[in-house]
Design a protein around this ligand. Structure first.
Ligand code: SAH
Length: 399
């Protein structure tokens, strides 16, 4: 039984500084040599999952094997979906033992719990090597008109979140650590295995702030695209805004969507809803979004959680339209009626209030959509299911 581990939550300023340093070196190269197996935060072994074929070939060479053994590892991880090195039957026992001896693991975690809502939305809790829980959500959508079906994976990027947006269940639970690339990649594999269907879309909208773990997020994004064949345009990275990181992301010129969680049309109101907004003034955030569009040609999606009586009035919509006009033409607004969470006084606005907000934006020629609430009965709001099983992410659950 693992002893519970105590980790102090990083204060926001320290967390922001750390993320700036981490992202300054956030480069992803699939042809880089295989990384040495180092003990990383939260894991005792280096994971194979997430590595590219050239990296796996290099690893095979480094361990005295022929390069084609690396290709076999690639097939075992991404085609056969083997979960443990012990199950790598296609490679010789001596190679399996060499991998284990050198400190490698396959990089898969067991499913701790799963719940399915009446609409098919399924939340899965994965139990990580250090016994912490993360949640990932599979959202199936049948497109009757096209006769096709989509499966969206909503993935977590951190265990908890240090940013504490006032309406978010994840923030209420505190922050433990960043996820490793394999811990992000395996969420999509777990969803595919649960649904017995390929994931078509990925949104980085689960637990955590992706821009504070950009290096791992970019590695996972590369793996989704190259190894799991999920189109870049089918992926969205969502952020509440972390200074300097949008520029960094833009420099990678991904064809994925940047979603920015705005929630208010002015700095004063935003600071009351999103405490971290104090360190990133709205003007600077909007400038970075404008430059993101200019640099990548990709429209920025602004998310706006509608909270009854707080940010949902017609005047807020008008002010939002005014703010977006300063951002050029490349944007879209995604309204999210608040999902009630335990212990919060916020309320979801009535449908007619949401519609009036939509009308006010559309009258000002803003393209807007309202996110359909999915799987409410499966604790759909971010971080809710995890909180039910693990009130404090700073403590690991018992093995
Ligand atoms: N940290 C990132 C991604 C995680 S949250 C971000 O802030 O963008 C993904 C989206 O869900 C965000 O827009 C967030 O504001 C929204 N969200 C979180 N909890 C919610 C709730 N209880 N009701 C409605 N939207 C919520």
């Amino acid at each position: 039984m693992a002893a519970p581990q105590h980790v102090r939550a990083a204060p926001l300023a320290r967390a922001l500084r750390a993320s700036a340093t981490a992202t300054a070196t956030a480069t992803v190269s699939a042809s880089a040599p295989a990384p040495a197996p180092i003990k990383s935060q939260g894991t005792s072994r280096r994971a194979l999952l997430g590595l590219s074929e050239p990296q796996l070939r290099q690893l095979a060479l480094d361990l005295g094997e022929e390069s084609y053994r690396g290709k076999q590892l690639h097939d075992l991880l991404y085609k056969s979906r083997a979960k443990q090195i012990q199950d790598f039957n296609h490679v010789p026992k001596a190679f399996r033992e060499a991998l284990l001896g050198a400190g490698w693991s396959a990089g898969r975690s067991p499913v701790h719990h799963a719940v399915t809502a009446s609409d098919g939305t399924t939340k899965i809790l994965l139990k990580l090597e250090d016994n912490r829980l993360i949640e990932t959500v599979g959202i199936p959508v049948d497109d009757d008109n096209k006769g096709s079906s989509r499966l969206t994976a909503c993935v977590s990027s951190q265990v908890g979140c240090p940013l504490r947006c006032s309406f978010c269940a994840t923030g209420k639970g505190g922050f433990a650590r960043n996820l490793q690339p394999n811990e992000i990649v395996e969420q999509v594999l777990a969803i595919e295995e649960t649904f017995k269907q390929r994931v078509t879309n990925v949104v980085f909208m689960g637990m955590g702030e992706p821009m504070m773990n950009l290096k791992s997020v970019l590695e996972a994004h590369r793996c989704f695209n190259k190894e799991l064949k999920i189109g870049q345009r089918m992926m969205t990275i969502s952020t509440v805004g972390v200074p300097n990181t949008i520029k960094m992301l833009a420099s990678h010129k991904l064809q994925s969507t940047l979603a920015v969680s705005l929630h208010a049309p002015n700095q004063k109101l935003r600071e009351t809803i999103v405490p971290s907004a104090k360190s990133y003034p709205l003007g600077a955030l909007m400038d970075d979004c404008k430059n993101y569009f200019l640099e990548t040609g990709r429209r920025v999606s602004f998310e706006y959680t509608l909270l009854a009586g707080i940010n949902d009035e017609k005047e807020h919509a008008e002010e939002l339209a005014e703010l977006l006009r300063t951002c050029g033409g490349g944007y879209h607004v995604n309204l999210i009626p608040y999902n009630p969470i335990e212990g919060s006084e916020y309320k979801r606005p009535y449908r007619k209030v949401v519609q009036a907000f939509v009308d006010a934006l559309e009258a000002r020629k803003i393209t807007v959509s309202v996110r359909q609430t999915r799987g409410l009965d499966a604790n759909a709001a971010c971080g809710q299911l995890r909180n039910e099983f693990q009130k404090n992410p700073l403590l690991a659950i018992e093995a």
